[in-house]
Ligand binder design. Structure first.
Ligand SMILES: O=C(O)CCC(=O)C(=O)O
Length: 416
């Protein structure tokens, strides 16, 4: 398939090979003559042309709001990323090849996704092969496994952490906890009634439960991969931004002592497990997600330092939020309370509340103070079921790695 590291190493791209003519025609018909010319030069071996084509497609992706970008430009971007990665790979520049392929996955379209995924596998294999060769030359035995460097420290000062919670926290109703709840029990007592529940003792078999608290493991399986992160207090604040950094850089930021909200970095709501297969192998889709004849809509990672806040909002799907490492405070308001929670009127934000629970403006939002809510501290190894349209606010109390499973159910809840 490939002869990595040698002068003849190539990445195979069967979909690109069969689809490129049609894709270039489509891009040309949308005015992308210059791109098509550069992509053709790239296909015939011109590395600089591949880089220029990628820059041209990148500009198109940033020419307006994301939803207004023509889908063909996203495929054009993936195409150029594949060409760039092929050159890096054949030069033995594996990290650069991975970066180009990850960028294609994150920003590109669906047409060439299979080629991107299989190219990543080949590059990772080649990179591991090279590392093993180097270790053999140095005659190294298996790595000395001293004490693992932990993502989440064991000592946790609960009273200190609880001081930062929103007013009235843990003073109303606490979310019910059920140990190893049966699927039938979940369906009848919670899913069909539209009631939240915490399910304990149901994740012990996930490899992630032991592996993800080990920073060396995370670095080893994902360190060189590029991921999108959010930087700043939260997505409703004007100074908030998104960045694309390597997983290693992200782990360094989590470990740095700068906890100010301006630089707080959160890998939030990203389909990390479709991108990094090694991490996907560490999780299991809970059986509860098949309740109601459901269909999985997305599996997202939420990974960050202590102090990340996802402001009060709701989602249209059933949700199991599985807490793998660390602890989070979660507050839930029933779906029926939408009007009292002052949603934004703009379409893009209408599932978010204007109320900042960390600093409630009682003059502007007088109805909020007395509203009933449920809340909890979601502990490591617990899963929280959040019914569709229930409002939720989430704050990490320690470094934290959670996974959300969103699914749609054909049987709809009868109450909330
Ligand atoms: O964990 C978080 O920060 C937010 C999770 C969330 O909003 C969700 O799962 O829908």
């Amino acid at each position: 398939m490939s002869t990595a590291g040698s002068a003849t190493a190539t990445l195979l791209t069967p979909t690109l090979d069969s689809e490129s003519q049609a894709l270039l025609q489509s891009i040309t018909s949308h005015g992308g003559y210059a791109y098509a010319r550069m992509a053709s030069l790239a296909a015939s071996g011109d590395q600089r042309a591949a880089e220029v084509a990628r820059e041209m497609a990148w500009e198109q992706l940033h020419s307006g709001p994301w939803h207004s970008v023509l889908p063909v430009w996203r495929d054009a971007y993936s195409m150029a990323c594949l060409y760039v990665a092929k050159f890096h790979f054949s030069n033995g520049e594996f990290k650069d090849a991975l970066r180009a392929l990850d960028m294609g996955i994150i920003m590109g379209g669906p047409l060439l996704r299979k080629d991107l995924d299989s190219a990543i596998e080949v590059v990772l294999e080649a990179k591991t092969g090279r590392q093993n060769d180097k270790a053999a030359i140095r005659n190294e035995g298996p790595r000395n496994s001293g004490r693992p460097k932990l993502l989440c420290p064991e000592n946790f000062d609960k009273s200190e952490v609880l001081k930062v919670l929103p007013v009235r926290s843990l003073s109303c109703k606490i979310v019910v906890k059920r140990s190893a709840l049966s699927l039938e029990g979940f369906l009848h007592e919670y899913f069909l009634l539209g009631s939240p529940v915490i399910i304990t003792d149901c994740m012990a078999h996930w490899p992630a439960r032991t592996k993800w608290n080990d920073l060396d493991y995370l670095t080893r399986v994902a360190g060189d991969r590029t991921v999108p992160v959010e930087v700043g207090k939260n997505y409703l604040c004007p100074e908030w931004k998104q960045e694309l950094i390597t997983f290693s850089q992200f782990l360094e930021r989590i470990q740095s002592n700068d906890c100010s909200s301006a630089v707080r970095t959160y890998l939030a709501q990203h389909q990390l497990f479709d991108q990094i297969i090694e991490l996907q192998k560490d999780i299991c889709i809970p059986d509860y997600c098949y309740a109601g004849g459901g269909e999985i809509r997305s599996v997202n990672a939420w990974f960050g330092p202590a102090g990340t806040v996802t402001p009060l909002h709701h989602d249209p799907h059933h949700n199991i939020l599985a807490q793998v490492v660390g602890k989070k405070y979660v507050r839930l308001y029933a779906a029926t309370l939408t009007e009292e929670l002052y949603p934004y009127s703009e379409t893009m934000l209408k599932n978010s509340s204007q109320v900042d629970l960390d600093n409630i403006d009682e003059v502007e939002f007088p109805k909020v103070h007395d509203l009933e809510f449920l809340d909890c501290i979601l502990e490591e190894g617990e899963m929280l079921y959040i019914p569709p349209k229930w409002w939720h606010y989430v704050r990490s109390l320690t470094p934290s790695f959670s996974v959300s499973f969103w699914w749609s159910g054909s049987a709809s809840p009868t109450a909330s």
